[in-house]
Ligand binder design. Structure first.
Ligand SMILES: [Zn+2]
Length: 275
């Protein structure tokens, strides 16, 4: 699933291509992709200009000049692609926006159909889902306050979108390795210094991943069909049994809550509650 760096990469490539374009028509090929309303609301996008493209957590927001926005979640396999309208439309393309005077159009493609698009009034968009703060827009005091009176295991909490928005399994693993923290650490046991290391690691890993235009593990591509290359910088994710890049110990894999954690048990010592 695309996480913050991949969605940010998509937004940047989309912005360069379609910001300022005026919608001439749309096609809804799989009506189920539009989750909150009927096709009627999309009629209001005709003749409207795209004034902004932005990201919130793992969601893509496309704002139009009439106070309407499309809020899109790519989920597992969703993709936004800019294609020539002459290119054949494949069976996984569910939604198309065409633009006045442009040969290129915006296609939403999703093989597994978990992705969704909502058409909402722009002022309502950010209230729509209760997402936690953006990890790159938080200073340390706010980050530290988030952890107060929390009881979960560290990795589960990082994956909780209502806690912090945008981090998924790849980046949670990489951040915890960078911060030298075990994924199952109860957050109540974290010391101030460890929280500071975690905050620094979160910023470092996410920024570096954005610079590398995200990780292309399965099918991630940006809006122009280009892959990211942060997968070449992964330290632990998907590296079970390979040597730890820091100490040489074999990287372990642990399944917890249906997700794999990759970590080095020497660099990321487990902390347990002592009774
Ligand atoms: Zn190690």
């Amino acid at each position: 699933m695309p996480e913050l760096p991949e969605v940010e990469t998509i937004i940047r490539s989309l912005s360069l291509k379609i910001k300022g374009f005026e919608v001439s028509s749309f096609k809804l090929l799989f009506p189920g992709v539009l989750r909150n309303s009927s096709q009627k609301i999309l009629e209001r996008l005709r003749g409207r200009k795209i004034i902004n493209l932005r990201r919130r957590g793992k969601m893509i927001l496309i704002d139009f000049d009439n106070d309407l926005s499309l809020l899109c979640h790519l989920k597992m396999t969703g993709q936004f692609l800019i294609c020539s309208s002459r290119e054949p439309i494949d069976k996984h393309t569910h939604f198309i926006l065409s633009f006045k005077g442009q040969l290129e159009e915006l296609r939403f493609r999703d093989v597994r159909k978990f992705g969704s698009i909502f058409c909402l009034r722009t002022p309502e968009v950010l209230k729509f889902s209760k997402l936690g703060p953006e990890p790159l827009e938080m200073r340390f005091p706010r980050f530290r306050r988030l952890f107060q009176s929390r009881r979960a295991r560290l990795k589960n909490l990082l994956l909780n979108q209502n806690f912090i928005a945008g981090i998924g399994n790849i980046y949670a693993n990489e951040i915890l390795f960078e911060a030298k923290l075990h994924p199952l650490t109860p957050v109540s046991l974290l010391e101030e210094e460890e929280l500071l290391e975690l905050w620094k690691a979160m910023r470092l890993v996410l920024r570096k991943a954005i610079k590398h235009r995200g990780s292309s593990i399965r099918d991630f591509k940006d809006a122009e069909g280009r892959e990211g290359n942060f997968q070449d910088c992964h330290q632990v994710y998907g590296k079970e049994s390979l040597p730890c890049p820091r100490c040489g110990e074999r990287i372990e894999r642990l399944c917890h809550g249906g997700r794999s954690s990759f970590f080095c048990s020497r660099c990321q010592k487990e902390k347990r509650k002592t009774f």
